[in-house]
Design a protein around this ligand. Structure first.
Ligand code: AMP
Length: 472
């Protein structure tokens, strides 16, 4: 039973204690200013490679067949690039796919982002390109710009020793610039289907008649995003005599149809990746209007009083502000973010571990690489911009066979990010209801406490700046 009334009273008392009424009007103004000011920059992310090292492919269900890339029949020069990228062991999808690909087979790969699938198709293409060195050798189709840029980066890094030329052709960029880049006869074209089709139709002198490799990456998303017609058109203007790789996170009827239309006797490789969340983790989401996020958070913390909870925020300021808000309202919360020194971070963590504080308010960057104990619940106060971070976050609960719960607060601004997470998870999460009555009871109290927390945070920052000046 939710003791909303008691919480509301508690909030009232605490808010009074904090004397925020004194500067109510001033605070409201500040708050409004903050709401309308540009969103704070996200905490700088550690490099992808580091994250991989930390995560260590620990959750991969399928073991890699090979312990080293040397066991695969890859050219020495390519092995050197692989070593430079600090890839030591092939991931399961690489172990499964590369040997077949090196034999020249078509491949359908069931694997998700994060599995190492990009290198799984880039390595065999580059291995063969080394022999042939022909322009427009490989076309890689990806559903989004971000993914296309990432794929290009992987090709550039792996192909650095052989002087590979690649281009990224995606929507939203200048067509003329892209046409010029295409005329420079790149070996590898990474593209979104709509834009490359545009060039195939309108850029004079550009065609893919000599294409040797076609990759359709995240094919399920390509089809979800209505790229089906563009794919059909592309398939008609490229040679039938080519090698095709199709990668998808899920196997659907549509994918099977695409497979039949584009692949010849493909070898099917399928891996379970670290992107799977534990079975004993109960994940859900709440649709929340942005202005009610704090109220919903307080409601959840109240409902799960006494449990150990990690609240994840996207920025340092959100972590600081939310931690102060929780304290004002009488919760035992401690912040953990990148602006704390290593000693302070460990101190915060120890408080949480020892149970002195049962709520940890953390940013991803600070939480990464730290040995955070198993917790009862993870709340995504802010939706992470990176789907991998989502898995990392919710992986803090339901560890070692214990049960756990995660709730993500999804606002009107998070739809795209959230859909991306669902697509990586390969499922829709159940929607938890939020009672309007509960929110209405709490909202004005939480709002006032928030105003106070913003004031306290500003004080804190001013003091810190003064100290810095004095130190200088
Ligand atoms: P992908 O699934 O292709 O997006 O790859 C996910 C991440 O794994 C990327 O950051 C790659 O750089 C990294 N990666 C790919 N293969 C390996 C490997 N064999 N060892 C370590 N990291 C890898």
């Amino acid at each position: 039973m939710i003791n909303t009334k008691a919480l509301a009273d508690k909030i009232k008392q605490n808010a009074l204690k904090a004397k925020e009424e004194k500067s109510k009007d001033k605070l409201k103004k500040k708050e409004r200013k903050e709401k309308h000011s540009k969103p704070e920059k996200e905490e700088k992310s550690v490099s992808k490679a580091n994250v991989e090292e930390e995560e260590g492919y620990e959750n991969a269900v399928t073991e890699s067949k090979f312990t080293s890339f040397n066991q695969l029949n890859i050219r020495l020069e390519l092995l050197e690039s692989i070593e430079q990228m600090k890839f030591t062991t092939p991931t399961p999808i690489q172990s499964e796919a590369i040997p077949h690909a090196l034999e020249g087979k078509d491949i359908i790969g069931l694997a998700q982002t994060g599995s190492g699938k990009t290198a799984a198709f880039a390595i065999p293409i580059l291995n063969q390109l080394w022999e042939d060195k022909l322009p427009y050798y490989g076309l890689i189709l990806a559903p989004t710009r971000e993914l296309a840029f990432q794929i290009k980066e992987t090709f550039d890094a792996l192909g650095s020793s052989m002087g590979v030329r690649s281009v990224c052709i995606v929507g939203g960029m200048d067509m003329m610039d892209q046409a010029r880049d295409l005329m420079r006869k790149p070996h590898i074209v990474v593209a979104t289907p709509g834009r490359i089709m545009d060039h195939l139709e309108h850029t004079k002198g550009f065609n893919l008649k000599n294409l040797k490799y076609l990759v359709m990456d995240e094919a399920d998303r390509l089809l979800d995003m209505d790229f089906g017609p563009a794919l059909d058109k592309i398939l008609k203007v490229i040679p039938l005599n080519r090698t095709t790789y199709l990668f998808s996170a899920t196997m659907t009827n549509k994918i099977a149809k695409l497979q039949r239309a584009s692949l010849r006797n493909p070898v099917r490789v399928s891996v379970s990746t670290k992107y799977q969340t534990a079975d004993n983790l109960v994940q859900s989401m709440m649709l929340v209007s942005d202005g009610y996020k704090n109220t919903v958070l307080v409601h959840l913390l109240n409902e799960h009083q006494g449990k150990s909870i990690i609240v994840f925020t996207r920025t340092v300021v959100h972590a600081q502000r939310t931690a102060i808000l929780c304290k004002i309202l009488g919760f035992h919360a401690v912040p953990l973010h990148g602006q704390l020194s290593q000693t302070q971070r460990l101190g915060a963590l120890n408080k949480f571990k020892s149970g002195k504080s049962n709520i940890l308010i953390a940013t991803d960057v600070a939480a990464r690489g730290l040995d955070i104990p198993s917790v009862d619940m993870v709340i995504n106060y802010d939706i992470p911009t990176d789907s991998k971070a989502y898995i990392h976050r919710v992986g803090r609960t339901a560890r070692a066979g214990k049960s756990g719960k995660s709730i993500s607060l999804v606002t009107q601004y998070d739809a795209e990010l959230y859909l991306r997470i669902e697509s990586v998870l390969g499922k829709k999460l159940p929607k938890d209801p939020v009672s309007k009555e509960v929110l209405d009871t709490l909202h004005s109290h939480v709002d006032r406490a928030m105003a106070e927390s913003i004031r306290q945070l500003k004080d804190m920052h001013e003091k810190r700046d003064r100290r810095k000046r004095d130190d200088k």
